[in-house]
Design a protein around this ligand. Structure first.
Ligand SMILES: CC(C)(COP(=O)(O)OP(=O)(O)OC[C@H]1O[C@@H](n2cnc3c(N)ncnc32)[C@H](O)[C@@H]1OP(=O)(O)O)[C@@H](O)C(=O)NCCC(=O)NCCS
Length: 258
């Protein structure tokens, strides 16, 4: 029991820079109190003392503003920051190292019995005021933005924001690296040709580089096949692209930056 308590306190230190010492966490963190009360109500629920379990849960709600149904399954190092206005439904399942902020609802969208609340896998973070509604899974390490409303499954590691929740697509590092490699191969320095570049010409160049790379890959494959058939057609070098050919693009870019 003390081991779990120590783990709970450590989890607060890891996730709340405002926490100063163990005594403060023990006495001033309603999220902690709600979790301890839930452990009691959950044990009573498991023993079949349903009414008493609900009563204990209701006492926890009165004390902390956090309502966790005794039937909800909660993993280790669960951290509720600030608390107040949190509702966790009966069939919700919460993995290890999950964090919820104030105003979160893990709710259902139907009155049918059975699984109707979400499952949050390990390491999920749900921002303040977010509503996660329905019997789907939020994958490990996913983040739900504050005030988002999520009604569909979220893949592991994704970040979801807005109403209805949509996955934020971060710039694709792998694609950027491929473009850079292609640009270097043809002797062209792709000045600032990135996903976040607002210049339509630069974006078009980026698309051309992607296409060129695909064509290049296919040509290499064809040349390999021709060579296997005994042809030396691909032995001839392609005309070289010189950096001076792109001087006007470079000048324009530099004058913009200046
Ligand atoms: C969703 C969240 C996890 C994203 O964090 P991140 O991965 O660092 O993402 P960024 O801050 O780089 O934001 C990426 C984009 O999403 C937008 N965004 C971030 N959070 C958003 C939210 N809650 N709702 C709508 N859009 C949001 C940003 O404006 C940005 O848009 P842009 O690319 O058009 O500029 C974070 O913003 C969040 O909401 N965390 C919850 C924190 C919380 O509730 N704290 C309460 C403390 S009391």
């Amino acid at each position: 029991m003390f081991e779990r308590l120590r783990e709970d306190i450590q989890s607060v230190f890891h996730r709340d820079p405002a926490a100063r010492n163990a005594f403060e966490v023990l006495t001033c963190y309603p999220g902690m109190h709600a979790i301890w009360i839930h452990r009691l109500s959950s044990a009573l629920w498991g023993m079949g003392w349903k009414w008493l379990a609900r009563l204990v849960s209701n006492f926890g709600r009165w004390l902390t503003g956090i309502e966790i149904h005794p039937g909800a399954k909660v993993g280790r190092r669960f951290f509720i920051d600030h608390g107040m206005g949190i509702v966790i439904g009966e069939t919700a399942e919460i993995g290890n190292d999950v964090t919820l902020y104030q105003g979160v609802t893990l709710g259902g969208t139907s009155w049918n019995k059975g699984k109707r609340h979400p499952t949050l896998e390990d390491g999920v973070v749900v921002g303040a005021g977010a509503k996660v509604l329905g019997p789907f899974t939020v994958g490990a390490g996913a983040k739900i933005g504050s005030n988002a409303v999520v009604t569909k499954a979220v893949p592991a590691g994704a970040t979801v924001v807005g109403i209805p929740g949509r996955i934020i697509v971060k710039s694709d590092d792998e694609q950027d690296a491929k473009r850079k490699a292609m640009a270097e191969k043809i002797g062209f320095d792709a000045y600032g040709v990135g996903e976040d570049m607002p210049d339509p010409v630069a974006r078009a160049i980026g698309q051309l580089l992607d296409h060129l790379q695909a064509v290049d890959g296919r040509l290499e494959g064809m040349c390999g096949a021709l060579k296997d058939l005994g042809s030396n057609y691909c032995a001839k070098d392609l005309p070289e692209l010189r950096e001076e050919d792109f001087a006007c693009v470079k000048d324009k870019d530099e004058s913009k930056a200046g």
